[in-house]
Design a binder for this molecule. Structure first.
Ligand SMILES: Cc1ncc(C[n+]2csc(CCOP(=O)(O)OP(=O)(O)O)c2C)c(N)n1
Length: 292
């Protein structure tokens, strides 16, 4: 398919130190520009496979972009470096967003995205740590990422290597009880090297979260388990960068990232039916135009 009439220019990738030295406005522009590329890559990838979870991919894009291009200490040339930060996409059904970011960051080839969900591809519908560099945990069954993240944060302390662990959760996913066992353990151990990000798009598969199993008051629940909580606009790159880079206060940090499912594509935004619906070829064209 064609990318449409306008193809935005890809900015030169900066080091984390360079990103830190930018003014807040420059940094936001840089991350927003990358996020636009990630969104276009998601649409292209899902179009190629005629499968995927487009709504949740587009809602979590700004979180992933800020992390992978502004925060995470990672080396695509040495993806197993012992001191690397650990990133876990617990809502593993949004693998197209993760693969798009990993490709832009140089962990996998851009061309590999066209194999997404095809036979023999490493890029399965759910991420596999044995197949894809940069993937730290096999996810897809909801409710596993945070328990693994707690183990990673404890291991970081025990090893003295001091990496940070970041886990992205869906808000619907929080209905899995394993999250709350993990949250309780992290609070008890005061894991100040653990960050959970809730992609609070208020939709899950087939329904609004508040109609299925209400989550509010969500911040109070994390606070009760011993976490520091920040509630922000999950599409605002300067807010995302600020909360990710602030000093920790002797406890784990939960970022409630308020987002819009399908963000960036008008006919997908905040529509429950777009959890894993695939756009028609005409809709793909419109989406690419809107994301230009
Ligand atoms: C244990 C488990 N139960 C059910 C599913 C099927 N499933 C996949 S995505 C999803 C909804 C998740 O909603 P949410 O976490 O809010 O994700 P988002 O809206 O951000 O895509 C469900 C129920 C699953 N993957 N794992």
């Amino acid at each position: 398919m064609s990318d449409g009439p306008v193809r935005p220019e890809m900015p030169e990738l900066l080091t984390l130190d360079d990103v830190r030295l930018l003014s807040s406005a420059e940094r936001s522009d840089y991350l927003a520009s990358l996020a636009r590329h990630v969104r276009r890559s998601i649409v292209r990838t899902i179009d190629g496979a005629r499968a995927g979870h487009i709504g949740g991919d587009l809602s979590v894009t700004d979180v992933l972009t800020t992390l992978f291009f502004g925060i995470l200490k990672l080396d695509p040339q040495n993806p197993q470096d012992g001191d690397r930060d650990r990133f876990i996409l617990s809502k593993g059904h949004c693998s197209a967003a993760l693969y798009s970011v990993l490709a832009l960051r140089g962990f996998i080839q851009q061309e590999a995205l066209s194999t997404f969900m095809k036979p023999l591809s490493a890029l399965n519908g759910h991420p596999n740590r044995r197949k894809v560099p940069g993937v730290e945990a096999n996810t897809g069954p909801l409710g596993h990422g945070l328990p693994i993240g707690v183990g990673s944060a404890v291991a970081s302390k025990l090893s003295g290597r001091n990496w940070n662990t970041f886990v992205v959760l869906g808000d619907g996913e929080l209905q899995e009880g394993s999250n709350w066992e993990a949250a309780m353990a992290a609070g008890h151990r005061r894991l100040d090297n653990l960050v959970a990000i809730v992609d609070r798009n208020r939709l899950q598969q087939g329904a609004r979260t508040e109609d299925t199993n209400s989550l509010e008051p969500l911040a109070d629940k994390w606070i009760a388990f011993g976490w520091q909580v920040e509630s922000i606009d999950g599409h605002d790159h300067s807010e995302l960068y600020r909360v990710f880079s602030q000093p920790r206060r002797n406890r784990p940090l939960c970022i409630i990232a308020n987002t819009i499912k399908g963000k960036g594509v008008s006919f997908i935004e905040d529509r429950v039916e777009w959890h894993h619906k695939v756009p028609s070829l005409d809709q793909v064209k419109i989406a690419m135009e809107e994301l230009a």
